[in-house]
Design a protein around this ligand. Structure first.
Ligand SMILES: C[S@@+](CC[C@H](N)C(=O)[O-])C[C@H]1O[C@@H](n2cnc3c(N)ncnc32)[C@H](O)[C@@H]1O
Length: 334
């Protein structure tokens, strides 16, 4: 048994407004069950996330490398810190998620945390790359994070401009990286009428072909857009009920600006549940100022999902700014 010390990226406390210690500890507890006695420690004025573990196997090192705030890992040897080499965490260059910068973007470290803890709740054995859907995809932070972590990515987005920007960024990025791929936007028709657009990319990696598919449209039509396709994981950052640019960020529930995503989620969660495989998990990040945890848990339970409760599952709430206190909730389809 050894004591390990994980050094967090310097940006972690900016992302989580000074609350990185409890959040990253909760992430480690849920995603790395082999880590015991997790504690925040300070050595020579520098904070580390400490834990005990037996000799780390390659899969365990890979889990540690993909912690959302992992910068470096050390094994504690008396007064000394012995560096532990971690594998490269991603299948693709991470500028896929860091280059796009826009109002309303979900922070990339938080997106990785949300995806990782939601994946940790999945009880279904994998049969290949996990099929990950973000039904409020924006410009695709979840989709790109899923790709980076070795999964296939799917999305729905109501804002056509955001969809177009995502599609053109993918095309430019894939071309510039000289990665073998196909990437196309095509029209979607139902009963002879045009109902929107879809983006499909097929990306040739060293050991597999990664896929991305995203549709324009209202998230409540997601099951119609994807037909029979089912997902292992649905991960989304719900609208915050605050203005991003000049448009409302909660679409279609009221004609005007809607301060809470409750109405939208009440209608969308049953649709998303129908798109989850049994043993799959849904993870939602949201602004608790517009909707309480209890009310969101009830929306999820009413839809037949089992909410992950207690302990580390309830240690993710953090302040983003004066109008947003963000939390995340994860539920499993039995
Ligand atoms: C918090 S943002 C997600 C941002 C995204 N994670 C990113 O980093 O780009 C929520 C998104 O939900 C979209 N949205 C809101 N209501 C919608 C609806 N009814 N159907 C589809 N998309 C909707 C908004 O346009 C916005 O892009």
């Amino acid at each position: 048994m050894s004591r390990y010390l994980m050094l967090r990226t310097p940006s972690a406390n900016r992302v989580y407004a000074g609350e990185a210690a409890p959040l990253t500890a909760a992430e480690l507890e849920l995603t790395a069950p082999f880590a015991r006695d997790i504690a925040d420690v300070e050595i020579a004025g520098v904070g580390y996330l400490a834990f005990d573990a037996d000799d780390l196997a390659p899969t365990q090192l890979a889990t540690l490398a993909t912690q959302s705030a992992c910068f470096a890992l050390f094994e504690s040897a008396g007064d000394l810190l012995r560096p532990v080499a971690l594998p490269r965490p991603f299948d693709l260059d991470d500028d896929l998620i860091t280059i796009p910068k826009y109002q309303g973007k979900t922070n990339e470290q938080f997106t990785q945390l949300l995806l990782s803890v939601t994946l940790a709740a999945v009880t279904r054995e994998p049969t290949g790359p996990r099929q990950v859907l973000d039904p409020l995809a924006g410009r695709g932070t979840t989709l790109s994070t899923a790709l980076l972590l070795g999964h296939d990515a799917y999305g729905v987005e109501g804002d056509e401009k955001a969809f177009q920007q995502m599609a053109s960024f993918y095309k430019t990025w894939l071309r510039r990286k000289r990665i073998k791929h196909t990437a196309d936007v095509t029209g979607v028709r139902r009963d002879g009428k045009s109902i929107g657009q879809r983006f499909d990319a097929s990306i040739q990696l060293a050991d597999r072909t990664a896929r991305v598919t995203a549709f324009t449209g209202d998230t409540r039509t997601s099951a119609d857009l994807f037909g029979k396709k089912k997902f292992d994981v649905i991960v989304t950052d719900a609208p915050y009920g605050v203005m991003h640019g000049s448009s409302t960020d909660v679409r279609g529930v009221s004609g005007r600006r809607d301060r809470s995503p409750a109405g939208l989620l009440r209608e969308a969660v049953p649709v998303w549940t129908s798109q989850l495989m049994h043993g799959g998990a849904l993870g939602i990040a949201w602004n608790t100022f517009g909707l309480s945890r209890g009310d969101l848990a009830e929306i999820l339970s009413r839809s037949g999902l089992v909410v992950c409760e207690g302990g580390a599952w309830e240690r993710f709430a953090h302040r983003v700014d004066s109008s947003i206190r963000r939390d995340l909730i994860v539920a499993v389809r039995p």
